[in-house]
Design a protein around this ligand. Structure first.
Ligand code: ARG
Length: 428
């Protein structure tokens, strides 16, 4: 008795995989696993229905908490890839692990996915699965299937797939982002119509101010503190902490209603293909903007500069689905250390499709108003005049280098007495 666990969504690809795993790969039994990372309810209904019609043993695993925590971890790393907040990317390892758990529990010999050989998801799933001793199967890629072939095969077999859905878009939704690709959107020159958006409404003139509270880099509470919209009455009591899933869902709704978090981009996939992607991610944009604003206040310049490098590496690994790489653990050590100070609040103004930080506060602020102010003369015994020496030295090396270059390139000009003062400096 051989058994394979299939990552199952009830869509065309994974539906045709069920009979193919039996007929082409010779498995006695296929089980389907759908992992909940915050997809809309209709997707689970579709998966359930299709599984039933296929007589498929079907499991639904709730991984929303774990995924939400991973999303908030990505906020601490300010993680975006070419401008995209990694919703699909971060979900894949979580889904792959959950499927592996079910596969092991049910004594499966193999795991399978319905990804094509062109995208990123095949790589993200398999990076997790290939660490186990189960066989990994990718029928769509291995059998070279096309959508057209799959439609025909499904019709021949009378498989339960929804027809008439072709030529529209391919959508991937979870807590962190909604991605829309394919169809007309494949043409980079095509202007998308409003109908592709579901989480964001076109911006109105209304505004809303929310205060986001961070504890060691993790967002923990959201309070409305003002604005023009009738719904933006200050939250009574306020300050109540929210669980990650709840906090993300709340901000998706709120920021989405101000049109926050739309991205229309050309994305470089791991295989090197460029693809046109549209995304919606209101909560991600809000939290990333707020978190960065707080870091600006509490981290030193050196920490910020270095963290940008760490963050970029973290995001690259996140995009690749390699969050268990030893490198990520090491980066995480740096991130955890810096985040100890990222505690405080940031006020975000929702307006015109933007989530703009407009105020920030923290006990850890590396900021002295009296030192920066134009209204004070002496700070810690240092006066304005003390900057004179610094100003004299500032740019010294550039001045010297430029005058040397001039002398080498045009010695005749340098001979009639230089036009800069750097020769004096050189004589010291
Ligand atoms: N290109 C994105 C990524 O690799 C998202 C793709 C989502 N898939 C979809 N069918 N819309 O992370």
């Amino acid at each position: 008795m051989t058994r394979v666990a299939l990552a199952f969504s009830g869509g065309l690809d994974t539906t045709v995989c069920v009979p193919l795993l039996e007929e082409e790969y010779g498995y006695d039994e296929v089980i389907g696993v759908t992992v909940d990372v915050g997809q809309p309810a209709a997707e689970f209904a579709e998966a359930e229905e299709t599984a039933e019609a296929l007589d498929l043993e079907h499991y639904v695993v709730d991984a929303r908490d774990e995924f939400a925590r991973q999303c908030l971890e990505s906020v601490r790393a300010n993680a975006t890839y070419q401008g995209y907040p990694l919703g699909t990317a971060l979900a894949r390892p979580v889904i792959a692990e959950a499927i592996l758990d079910v596969a092991k529990e049910r004594g499966c010999d193999a795991v399978a996915h319905g990804c094509t050989g062109k995208g990123n998801d095949q790589l993200r799933f398999e990076a997790v699965w290939r660490a186990s001793d189960l066989e990994v199967i990718a029928p769509v890629r291995e059998l070279g299937l096309t959508r057209e072939w799959e439609m025909e095969y499904a019709a021949e077999r009378d498989l339960p797939v929804e027809g008439g859905n072709e030529g529209v878009w391919s959508i991937d939704t979870n807590l962190w982002s909604r991605s829309i690709e394919g169809g007309k959107l494949e043409d980079p020159g095509h202007v998308p119509s409003e109908e592709i958006y579901e989480w964001t409404t076109a911006p109105t003139g209304e505004t809303e101010l929310v205060e986001i509270e961070f504890d060691e880099g993790y967002p923990v509470a959201v309070n409305t503190v003002g604005g023009t919209s009738t719904s933006s009455q200050p939250t009574a009591g306020g300050g109540e902490e929210m669980e990650p899933v709840e906090l993300i869902e709340h901000l998706n709704e709120l920021a989405g209603s101000y049109g926050v978090g739309r991205t229309d981009m050309m994305e470089d996939r791991m295989l090197g293909l460029k693809v046109r992607e549209n995304y919606e991610h209101p909560a991600a944009t809000t939290l990333l903007n707020a978190h960065e604003a707080l870091e600006q206040l509490v981290l030193t310049k050196e920490e910020r500069d270095f963290k940008a490098l760490v963050d970029d590496e973290w995001a690259q690994k996140g995009y690749q689905g390699l969050v268990d790489a030893p490198l990520v653990k090491a980066l995480q050590g740096f991130i955890d250390e810096t985040q100890k100070k990222v505690t405080g609040t940031v006020t975000i103004k929702f307006q015109g499709g933007q989530a703009r930080p407009v105020a920030r506060e923290s006990d850890y602020a590396v900021y002295s108003e009296s030192a920066a102010s134009f209204n004070t003369e002496t700070v810690d015994g240092i006066t304005q005049a003390d900057a004179t020496g610094v100003a004299k030295y500032h740019g010294f090396q550039s001045r010297l280098a430029n005058s040397v270059a001039k002398k080498v390139e045009k010695p005749e000009l340098a001979a009639d007495g230089g036009t800069d003062g750097s020769t004096d400096a050189n004589e010291e």
